[in-house]
Design a protein around this ligand. Structure first.
Ligand SMILES: *Cc1c(COP(=O)(O)O)cnc(C)c1O
Length: 398
């Protein structure tokens, strides 16, 4: 980073490392680059008083337009949106039932079927969002396969809603397709709630029969930290009403509502083809850099859930002097720190995600890759990976 940029980088003032994010839209790294439209909207509304219900009412048609849902509202995150949508499916518009959650569920439907291959951890386990609302998790199928008859038999008169997760985190084969899942639930009058936190397709899941879909506002949309709940009006309203109950601890402020509205409108106008082109240039640069280095194999791979996003997969052979984990740790330790997508290092590879780069960073990453692989101090990074992260976490804040 040059000195002029450094002067304007708040991270230096706060004593934070100037990391480069080639990991993806990760909560632990600050999610995404918030688009200027959202930053401006947040700054504009920050000093003003507004009626929050009215502001949410203005957000609803924007969310409806982009998702094809009847209505929508903004929540603190996708994770909280899931909890509120589940709670809403349980209580509907019963204000007293809303206040009684999550432990007093007398008279409510509480069961929530979910395919076992969908019970993922995105930083927290998704089934916890069900339990947080007071729901009961009903696992369907096995880790590697689920069938329609299993879902059908999991549904009974206590079923409040069914949860479906679309994500690279889920098992990518053997699951019930959303269309079939939704048809089975519809026949039994059970609402389908889809966690599509990180998916670019804003309309497809409601179109396939989901009643509610939930996105993160701070992932590819480039909004502030938020979630977006969209879909059937009565269920959206029931989820919204949870702000008088379990949702209070997950509340969203005026700046987040205005910010994500602006991000959604910016998304409609974004130069998607131009962004893809810049991402491709970064991938091609890293590919040609790595092809010149023995001991590693690089290839461009598509996103597992068909988002219009490619990544570089870097397989690390022991001949390189590194394991995948120790190379990721070395990159994260150097100057500037480069944080890669390292959730599969035990399989001997990691990924570089180009979706969150500032101008000039692709070149810095290429330099760090070749510099690190050509250095010979791999042993320093032997204690890499998940255990090391837990150690740091459990001694926080020191
Ligand atoms: C990121 C993610 C979440 C959590 O989203 P937040 O908005 O950060 O709460 C939930 N589900 C999936 C599949 C995710 O990828």
């Amino acid at each position: 980073m040059n000195d002029k940029v450094k002067d304007h980088d708040i991270r230096a003032k706060l004593g934070l490392r100037p990391i480069i994010n080639v990991s993806g839209t990760m909560t632990a790294l600050g999610a995404s680059i918030i688009v200027p439209e959202a930053i401006n909207a947040m700054a504009a509304i920050a000093p003003q008083f507004v009626e929050i219900d009215a502001l949410h009412r203005k957000a609803s048609p924007v969310i409806a337009r982009l998702t094809g849902g009847e209505a929508g509202f903004v929540t603190a995150s996708c994770a909280s949106g899931i909890a509120l949508a589940i709670a809403g499916a349980m209580t509907r518009d019963d204000l007293l039932a809303i206040e009684r959650l999550p432990d007093d569920t007398r008279g409510l439907k509480t069961e929530v079927p979910i395919q076992i291959g969908h019970i993922v951890n995105y930083g927290a386990p998704v089934d916890q969002s069900i339990r947080l609302a007071g729901g009961t998790v009903v696992p369907v199928g096995t880790i590697s396969s689920s069938y329609g008859y299993q879902l059908e038999n999991a549904i009974n008169e206590r079923t409040a809603a069914a949860l479906y997760v679309v994500s690279h985190h889920t098992v990518q084969y053997g699951m019930i397709p959303l269309k079939e899942f939704a048809a089975i639930c519809r026949a039994k009058n059970v609402p389908v709630i889809v966690d599509a936190a990180s998916e670019y397709d804003l309309k497809g899941f409601l179109a396939q029969g989901a009643d509610i879909v939930i996105y993160s506002g701070h992932k590819f949309l480039g909004g502030p930290t938020t979630g977006i709940v969209a879909g059937r009006k009565d269920l959206v309203r029931a989820a919204y009403l949870q702000n008088r109950g379990v949702g209070r601890g997950m509340k969203v402020g005026k700046e987040s509502i205005a910010g994500v509205m602006a991000a959604l409108e910016a998304w409609e106008k974004r130069d998607h083809a131009g962004i893809r082109k810049r991402e491709r240039q970064a991938l091609d640069l890293w590919l040609s850099t790595l092809q010149a280095i023995p001991g590693v194999v690089a290839e461009i791979v598509p996103d597992p859930t068909n988002n219009p996003l490619d990544r570089l997969k870097l397989s690390v052979h022991p001949d390189s002097g590194f394991s995948a984990a120790s190379l990721a740790a070395a990159l994260a330790t150097g100057d500037p720190p480069v944080i890669v997508r390292d959730h599969e290092t035990e399989r001997g590879h990691f990924y570089l995600d180009p979706c969150n780069l500032h101008p000039g960073e692709a070149e810095i990453v290429a330099g760090r890759l070749s510099g690190t692989l050509r250095s010979s101090n791999a042993a320093r990074f032997a204690e890499a990976g998940k255990e090391r992260n837990f150690k740091a976490l459990l001694t926080w804040p020191d």
